[in-house]
Structures are given as structure tokens and as C-alpha cells.
Design a protein around this ligand. Structure first.
Ligand code: ADP
Ligand code: MG
Length: 731
């Protein structure tokens, strides 16, 4: 889509910036740049520290210091050599500068590296120099950047040299490179923009906020983020720009929350629920303290005149379902309908059964609505929903996404869906009569993340497990140890317990994987566990067939359930005590934790056995960049070791976040949170907290940003967030 080159905020149009011109202006505009301001906000992806650049001849001096240094050099020779034992190829890259030659060594990734460089090409290489066997300096696995020439862009450099020795590096793309905007091209035009147009940039934060948080002003921040005089200056600029980014994000959330709160629910609850009391008394266990606390928080929401928007967080097995059910009963008793939504059909079926079981003897009508149902039944259910006689309706997200008509929808419960984003909630609200919303998730979220992704939600936490639970024991095993592992599974079955065996499924080759799982199932049944009954479960099965297998497993007619990840969330079969995960290296951490949570649901000891096969990464090496393979493998190791070390979902989520970053963790787009360019929700958690408080206080005191000193904030907000806010209004 082509954008017009309009200029907000009296900013000079792009083509008036020296070095831009119509062609580049168009390329920039196509990618969403509208004015000089957008260029200023195109932050460097990194910096070359010129102060650390040394000549090859001087490297020896730095060996002992143990500090990373950078050289600028030309690729001179490339060769492969076998390791001593001869079983592996290492890659040697010899480079030269005007002072001498240096050899760089890679012990991994030969397949990729052999095509990575061209002789005569210029590189900036960084590493901590070490000595080789002949006592010569060398670089092992250096980081590198490709350069245009040995001096990179000398004229620019001369200039930069005067202001500092830190050179910004910019991200480029094929499209940008076509018009000469590689890293160096960007450096040039941004330099010009800073020199000639920075003065036109308006401040975005109020003086008060800047003073309170000790932030530098906008102009110097933008100057220093691109062309810092030293690292301290860079840090000051980064802090200011991070704060700004987080502040405006929080401001958006604060406004959203305020808008939501201003819509009265339009009905009140009588929270004295006979049904809920009856349910609690019929249980064969007592609610934990944490469950009772959370229930009270929900009841308080019901009493208030504003709709509930609550996130219920509790680790796998902490007993969220029963809490949600109590809330549902209160709504039912007030003549309202409840939608109970699960992420998968299997889970919806299971919830349906669980709820029916719990509600035996209480006169509440629960109906199930899933895709595979016969037409007659489906129409029947739809009619009951329309008439209002279906009091609790269990289903998947289709319940709110499709045209299901409720007579009087009062409460929506969303299970296991930490990705259930702001937008979906908005769609939902637009459905009926501004229903109360309770979202449940087993994914613990660090506070600062919750502040952002659920900034407009209240959060309740079940921080306690039912008393009778033993922590699950987790072991990491290799393919070679499988015979022993199978023996262990047999022993557990002989003791009357059941087991899951899970295979990974990756989308690229679902068919192949499915075939593998099916074959493996047959192999296990015939050769390993002939004396036991096995069942197979995968996502491609019809819902009737899935349902049948689950029922058999639940009744104990199947001893071992062989499955793809369809059992990942929510399934509750307390008699199962072993979770065996094949190719565990291919699962994400959250997934592993969820899978493990399928066992340990009774007073007996349960086990989780992870079979790791790291060879998988090497087998796929051809497809990936060397550094990617190394990262992937390392990440896989970290994931599995974390699983062995802890059963604490909170710790696991933190590691997961570190490995994956919040964007992927949440699916940023779905959450309706605009991308952060410079701030990071985990590393900058302190700034997140400050920005959150500042923004929410501001909206409390000056909800329409009408006060004089807040004018600059409003102006920037209107400009930067207009689009996003308009999207948000769809709901
Ligand atoms: P999750 O929070 O993972 O959704 P569930 O709601 O499925 O957990 O509960 C896990 C199991 O623990 C279920 O079998 C449930 O009946 C049981 N349970 C729930 N609360 C308690 C409690 N207070 N004491 C003992 N068992 C409980
Ligand atoms: Mg659950």
C-alpha cells in the first residue's frame, strides 16, 4: 500500500532532507516513513565502537586484557580442515588489514559458513582475541558485520570522528538497498536530518514528568541515540526514549481502561447464591485459601456497577475450573447465561463433562456447542441458547466469533487463553449486553508484562496448590535410555496408573509427523507394550473419535494414550501418573510445562520424562544460519534443564520470556499492543512500572489531557496513536 507523503506536526517532508530526494522519499514513504520525525525514530540496531577498533598487529596486547575488540579487515583466504579425530569440519577464515593477517576459527556450522564470505570482501570482526597452538593471536567464533570498504564511509567518518567514536548501524532491506539506503546511506540522511531539522521536533513529555524521572529532553535524546558522544550519553538518551515509548503505551491502556469503566453494566447481581453454596458443599475436597480469595474478588466485581474484566492466573492444576464454575452459578442464579470458552474442542468436551459431573443434582442446564456435532443436535443447542434455556454454554471461541445468538449473555469465561487479546475482548463486548469477562490462564506473567498486556484488566492469582499434591518428578533421558524408560512406564501401569506418550507436531510437515506418530503408536502397541491397551489421539481425528478415545482413557480402558500435542491444555485425568515426551527438544517451554501439568493431579507421585534428541538440530543445519543453530540448540538445552530444575510455573515463564521475547510469547498482533522499538518489557521492568504509574495517574487527574502542561502529551498521543485507537473502536 502506498502512503501519501503528508507531514504531520509541521515536520519537513522527507524529500527536503538533504540526501533524500524523490526516489528515496518514495521508498521511505512506502514503508511508512512520513516525515523527518519518523527518521529520527528509526533507531540504530547497534553501534560500532570505534574506540575499540584495533590493528591486527596490535591484537596480541589485547589477549591478556580479555576484552572484545574489533578489527576492520579484508577476506583473504577460506579453508576447511578436519579436526584431529577427523570427524568434524572446522572452518578457517584468514583476513588481512594493512598491518598483518589474522585467522578466525569456527568449530561449528561449516555447511553454512563455506558459502558465507567472498574473498576481497570487507568485514568488521569482533571477538576477544586468544592464542592458537603456535602462540599467534586468533579469533574464535567472532561476530561480524559486512562493510562496503575497509574504511567504510570515510567522509562521514571523518565528521563523526570529531563528535565521537561510536558509529550507528541501521537495519536495511532489499527495498531500501535498491535506493542506496543501506546502513551507511541511512547514517548519511539521518545525520543531515539531525543537523538541519531536529530543531523542528516538539517535546512530547511534560516538564514535570521529565523532572520527576530525571529524563533528558526530546531533542538531545534523539541526537544522542543516533550520534552519541560517548556511551554515557547514549545511555541517557536510551533511557529517555524507552520511557517515552512505554509511557505512551501505558497512556493508551489507561484511556482504554477508563472508557471501559465508564460503561455501566446495566444490571446488578444478587451475590447470595444458593447454587454456588450447594456446589461447594458437594465437593469431596475443600477449596484452598487462594481459591476462596479469588472467588471473593470475583464476587466483589459482581457487586460493582461496572462490568468485570478480570484475569485469573493460576498454575496448571491449581483448580481454576471450580472457581469459574462458582462464578458461573452466581450469574445463572441471576437469570443470566454464561459462555464458557476453551481453546480446543477436546478441552471444551472435557469441560462439558467436568461441569456436568460437578453439577449433578443441581438444576442447571449445561449445553455443549462444538464443530463436529450433528446438524439436528446443533440446531437444538442453538435454539436453547437463543431461548435462554441453555444456562451455561460450553464451546470454543466460535461461541463469540460466530453468529451464536444469546438470549441474555451475562458472563464470558475464557479458559487457558493468555493470548486472548484486547481486540477480541472488544469484539466480545460488542456482542451482548456488555458481559462480565473472566479470563483464565496458567501462564504466569511477570507483573510488568501483565501491566502492559492486561493493563486494562484486574488480575487475580491462585498462588497455592491443593494440599494433597506431590511435586512431579522430572527426568531428562536420551534415546539410548528408552528401554529403561519403557520398563518404568510398565511398572507404573502395573500399579494401576496410566501414562501419556506425546510426540511433537510441527506445521511444516504435519502429514509426515502424523505418519510418524501413527507408526510409532503401532510399534509401541505391537512390540513394546503388547500386554496393554494403547489409544491414539491427534488433531486430524473427527471429534467423535477423539471423544471416544478420551472417554476410554478416562474410564481406564486405555492404559497408555499416545498423542500429539492436542492434549496440551486443560485435560484432567487424575489417575495418569506418567507423562513421557518424545523429541522434547522440539517443544516450547510453556508447552512442556502444560504437558507436564497433565499429570500430578492426585495425591500419588507423578513423573515427567523428557526424551531429548539434540541431533535433530544438526540434521536441520542446512536450513539455518550457523548462529541460529547454535542458539536453537542452546535454547533447547536451557528449556529442558529448566523443566528438570523446577515445577514452578512462574520461574518457567520467566525463562520462556527471556528465550523468546515478549512479542512471540504473546503474539503481539493479537494482543493489540503496538510494537516496542527500544524498550523491552522484561529488561526495562522498572521503567515499565514508572511509566505505568505516571500514565494512569495522569489520566486520573486530567482524563482529557486538557491542562496546559499536558498539551504536548496530547498532541503527540493524537498523532502517534490515532490509527491504533481507531482500530480499537471497532469493538
Ligand atoms: P487448572 O487450574 O489447571 O485448570 P483444574 O481446575 O483442572 O486445574 O483442577 C485440577 C484438579 O484439581 C481437578 O481434578 C480438580 O477437581 C482438582 N481440585 C481443584 N481444587 C481442588 C482443591 N481445593 N483440593 C483438591 N483438589 C482440587
Ligand atoms: Mg484448566
Amino acid at each position: 500500500m502506498k502512503r501519501s507523503i503528508e507531514t504531520p506536526n509541521s515536520q519537513p517532508p522527507l524529500q527536503y532532507i538533504k540526501g533524500v530526494g524523490p526516489k528515496r522519499a518514495e521508498a521511505l514513504a512506502n514503508l511508512g516513513f512520513r516525515s523527518a520525525r519518523d527518521l529520527f525514530y528509526y533507531f540504530p540496531r547497534g553501534y560500532l565502537d570505534r574506540s575499540q577498533i584495533v590493528r591486527i598487529a596490535d591484537l596480541r596486547m589485547y589477549v591478556e586484557k580479555g576484552e572484545p575488540v574489533t578489527i576492520f579487515a579484508e577476506v583473504y583466504r577460506q579453508e576447511a580442515r578436519r579436526t584431529r579425530r577427523g570427524n568434524k569440519l572446522i572452518f578457517l577464515l584468514t583476513v588481512k588489514d594493512e598491518s598483518g593477517f589474522l585467522t578466525c576459527v569456527w568449530f561449528e556450522g561449516f555447511q553454512w559458513l563455506k558459502n558465507a564470505f567472498e574473498n576481497g570482501e570487507f568485514l568488521a570482526l569482533s571477538a576477544i582475541p586468544s592464542l592458537d597452538k603456535l602462540n599467534r593471536p586468533q579469533f574464535v567464533h567472532p561476530q561480524y558485520d559486512r562493510l562496503k570498504s575497509a574504511e567504510e564511509d570515510e567522509p562521514d567518518w571523518g565528521k563523526l570522528f570529531n563528535t565521537g567514536s561510536i558509529i550507528p548501524k541501521y537495519r536495511s532491506s532489499a527495498e531500501f538497498e535498491k535506493v542506496g539506503l543501506d546502513s551507511r546511506g541511512f547514517r548519511r540522511i539521518i545525520r543531515n536530518a539531525v543537523d538541519h531539522h531536529l530543531s523542528a521536533v516538539d517535546e512530547t513529555l511534560s516538564l514535570e514528568i521529565m523532572q520527576r524521572h530525571d529524563l533528558c529532553d526530546e531533542k538531545s535524546a534523539l541526537r544522542s541515540i543516533h550520534f552519541p558522544g560517548n556511551f554515557q550519553e547514549l545511555e541517557i538518551a536510551r533511557r529517555r526514549l524507552k520511557f517515552e515509548e512505554l509511557f505512551f503505551l501505558q497512556l493508551m491502556l489507561a484511556l482504554r481502561k477508563r472508557n471501559a469503566q465508564q460503561q455501566l453494566r446495566g444490571r446488578t447481581y444478587d451475590v447470595e447464591s444458593k447454587l454456588a453454596h450447594q456446589l461447594v458443599h458437594s465437593l469431596h475436597f475443600e477449596l484452598t485459601k487462594a481459591q476462596r480469595k479469588v472467588l471473593r474478588e470475583i464476587v466483589d466485581d459482581f457487586k460493582s456497577p461496572y462490568p468485570m474484566n478480570r484475569l485469573l492466573q493460576g498454575d496448571v492444576g491449581s483448580g481454576k475450573t471450580i472457581v469459574a464454575l462458582c462464578a458461573a452459578l452466581i450469574a445463572v442464579e441471576n437469570g443470566l447465561q454464561v459462555a464458557f470458552m476453551a481453546p480446543t474442542e477436546i478441552l471444551a468436551e472435557q469441560h462439558y463433562q467436568t461441569l456436568t459431573e460437578f453439577l449433578k443434582g443441581l438444576s442447571v442446564t449445561v449445553r455443549l456447542l462444538v464443530g463436529g456435532q450433528r446438524k439436528k443436535l446443533r440446531e437444538d443447542v442453538l435454539e436453547d441458547i437463543r431461548q435462554g434455556s441453555a444456562q451455561i454454554v460450553v464451546g470454543t471461541h466460535a461461541l463469540v466469533e460466530e453468529k451464536v445468538e444469546f438470549m441474555n449473555l451475562g458472563l464470558v469465561i475464557v479458559d487457558e487463553q493468555h493470548r486472548f487479546g484486547v481486540m477480541q475482548r472488544a469484539t466480545l463486548r460488542s456482542k451482548g449486553i456488555n458481559p462480565d469477562v473472566l479470563i483464565m490462564t496458567a501462564t504466569p506473567i511477570p507483573r510488568t508484562l501483565a501491566m502492559t498486556f492486561y493493563g486494562d484488566l484486574e488480575v487475580s492469582v491462585i498462588d497455592e496448590m491443593p494440599a494433597n499434591r506431590k511435586p512431579i518428578r522430572t527426568a531428562l533421558r536420551t534415546e539410548k535410555e528408552k528401554v529403561r524408560v519403557y520398563q518404568f512406564v510398565k511398572e507404573e501401569i502395573q500399579r494401576g496408573r496410566q501414562a501419556y506418550i506425546v510426540y511433537p507436531l510441527i506445521e511444516e510437515s504435519e502429514k509426515v509427523d502424523l505418519k510418524a506418530a501413527t507408526q510409532e503408536y503401532e510399534h509401541l502397541q505391537q512390540n513394546i507394550f503388547p500386554e496393554y491397551r494403547l489409544g491414539l489421539l491427534h488433531g486430524r481425528m473427527k471429534s467423535d473419535a477423539k471423544e471416544e478415545v478420551m472417554q476410554k482413557f478416562k474410564k481406564g480402558e486405555i492404559h497408555i494414550l499416545v498423542s500429539t500435542t492436542v492434549i496440551e491444555v486443560g485435560i484432567d485425568i487424575p489417575n495418569a501418573s506418567v507423562m513421557l515426551i518424545e523429541n522434547a527438544e522440539r517443544f516450547g517451554l510453556a508447552q512442556l510445562h502444560q504437558l507436564r501439568g497433565r499429570v500430578g493431579r492426585s495425591a500419588d507421585q507423578s513423573y515427567c520424562i523428557l526424551i531429548a534428541n539434540y541431533g535433530w538440530f544438526d540434521a536441520h543445519a542446512k536450513k539455518m544460519d550457523i548462529s541460529e543453530i547454535r542458539d536453537e540448540k542452546e535454547h533447547a538445552r536451557t528449556r529442558l534443564e529448566t523443566m528438570v530444575q523446577t515445577v514452578d510455573g512462574f520461574k518457567i515463564a520467566e525463562v520462556d520470556l527471556k528465550l523468546r521475547g515478549p512479542g512471540e510469547f504473546f503474539g503481539t498482533q493479537q494482543s493489540g499492543v503496538p510494537g516496542l522499538h527500544i524498550a523491552n518489557l522484561i529488561d526495562d521492568s522498572e521503567l515499565v512500572t514508572q511509566a505505568h504509574k505516571e500514565a494512569f495517574d495522569l489520566i486520573k487527574n486530567d482524563p482529557h489531557l486538557r491542562q496546559k502542561e499536558n498539551e504536548c502529551i496530547r498532541k503527540h498521543f493524537d498523532e502517534a496513536f490515532r490509527e491504533i485507537l481507531e482500530l480499537g473502536k471497532i469493538g
